[in-house]
Design a protein around this ligand. Structure first.
Ligand code: EPU
Length: 349
């Protein structure tokens, strides 16, 4: 093959875009631009992009489906969106299966695919926006379950060692909305595939909030019924990012010392809480925000969602700074009223 032909194939495989708009690639709908952008669909393409000398000293941002990110400005570097697809059973024993899924598969389509095939365990995590590759980064969780409960391992490109590695559960250091990928290994790995351990025997988790009562009301009995109930609850409370730009929960639920919790309880006997390990209690940030007077409040084109105060919405045309400043004001008030510092859950760029 002539050299010019090889260069042509090389170029087609990589497709690097410059000054690329990320508007359709972040769920806030912010019109930030990436100096360079590429979506490698396989490991070879990924390696080729990373090997290009232009990108050796540029800041790198790995973007999933952009559903947990706030761009305040353009990104003056290379944005890489892994494009690996595919769903493959890699292990089966008894009722258990291990299934390897490409990082760019849509999270909820994967949950639907698994539930339809009677591969159970993911039902409570239905309708969470985002991609499969991003799910372990923040250990996504909802309705009494976290990703780590069915996580087996993941494959990732190690930018430090320049090789593909397989990271098992124990290496990932999962916690509440956290993992090694948000902590000490931040920026080190590009996740290409995630493997899940699922089961052919249903094990319905109905304990969270009104899941049980909604399940009964719907006369539910199967995991698919549970998936539908979770979708119903989510849809009734949370804004659809297609209609109202948002990134789900903007803050984490804070852990507070029991002494502080007791003081709050004196004034607010109905304060909700989640049991937690040690000497701490987890209070819903949504409640703190609501009690600070921010539920449904709007400044210009930014506001909190009227039925879930933890979600900040771009009602159209807001920029990243406006959203960030809005969140700062909420934090100041919660700090002033309760003495509790909220931590952002979204990744601020
Ligand atoms: N609450 C309020 N005001 C509100 C909303 C809620 O006071 O406007 C109080 C209520 O007492 C309610 C409690 O907060 O019972 C908990 O609310 P919810 O069940 O909606 O859960 P959350 O703690 O606010 C977490 C996750 C959500 C997840 C839900 C359901 C975090 C940061 N958020 O929210 O995750 O869907 O539980 O499991 O942990 C996300 O991460 O993007 C996300 C949406």
């Amino acid at each position: 093959m002539a050299e010019d032909q090889i260069i042509a194939i090389f170029t087609i495989m990589i497709q690097i875009h410059h000054k690329y708009s990320l508007k359709d690639l972040n769920s806030f709908g912010l019109d930030a631009r990436a100096a360079s952008f590429a979506r490698p669909g396989n490991l070879e393409a990924l390696r080729e992009v990373l090997a290009l000398p232009d990108y050796h000293h540029m800041p790198l941002l790995v973007l999933g489906a952009g559903s947990n990110i706030l761009f305040r400005d353009d990104f003056e570097g290379l944005v890489l969106q892994p494009g690996m697809k595919g769903i493959e059973i890699v292990e089966e024993s008894g009722n258990e299966l291990v299934i390897k899924v490409g990082a760019s598969e849509n999270w909820d389509s994967w949950v639907a695919h698994a539930t339809e095939r009677a591969w159970y365990g993911l039902e409570n995590l239905s309708l969470i926006p985002g991609s499969v590759g991003s799910a372990p980064v923040q250990n996504i969780g909802a309705y009494g379950m976290e990703l780590q409960e069915c996580f087996e391992w993941l494959d990732a490109w190690d930018l430090q060692e320049k090789k593909l590695v397989r990271l098992k559960h124990e290496t990932c250091d999962f916690g509440y909305r956290s993992s090694i990928f948000k902590g000490k290994a931040r920026g080190r790995y590009i996740i290409t595939h995630v493997a899940f351990r699922l089961n052919r025997v249903p094990d319905l988790k109905l304990d969270y909030g009104n899941v049980q009562s909604e399940f009964k009301k719907a006369k539910g009995s199967t995991p698919m019924d549970l998936r539908k109930v979770v979708i119903g609850i989510r849809s009734s409370k949370l804004p659809d990012p297609e209609l109202h730009g948002n990134a789900g929960s903007f803050f984490k639920n804070p852990l507070v010392d029991r002494t502080i919790f007791s003081c709050i309880r004196v004034e607010y006997p109905d304060v909700p809480y989640y049991p937690s390990d040690g000497n701490q209690m987890k209070i819903p940030a949504a409640w703190l925000i609501e009690k600070s007077g921010w539920k449904g409040k709007r400044i210009g084109n930014v506001g909190t969602w009227p039925s879930q105060a933890l979600v900040i919405v771009n009602y159209g045309g807001a920029n990243g700074h406006e959203i960030y400043d809005f969140s700062e004001k909420i934090m100041e008030d919660v700090e002033g009223i309760f003495g509790i510092t909220l931590e952002r859950e979204v990744n601020v760029i």
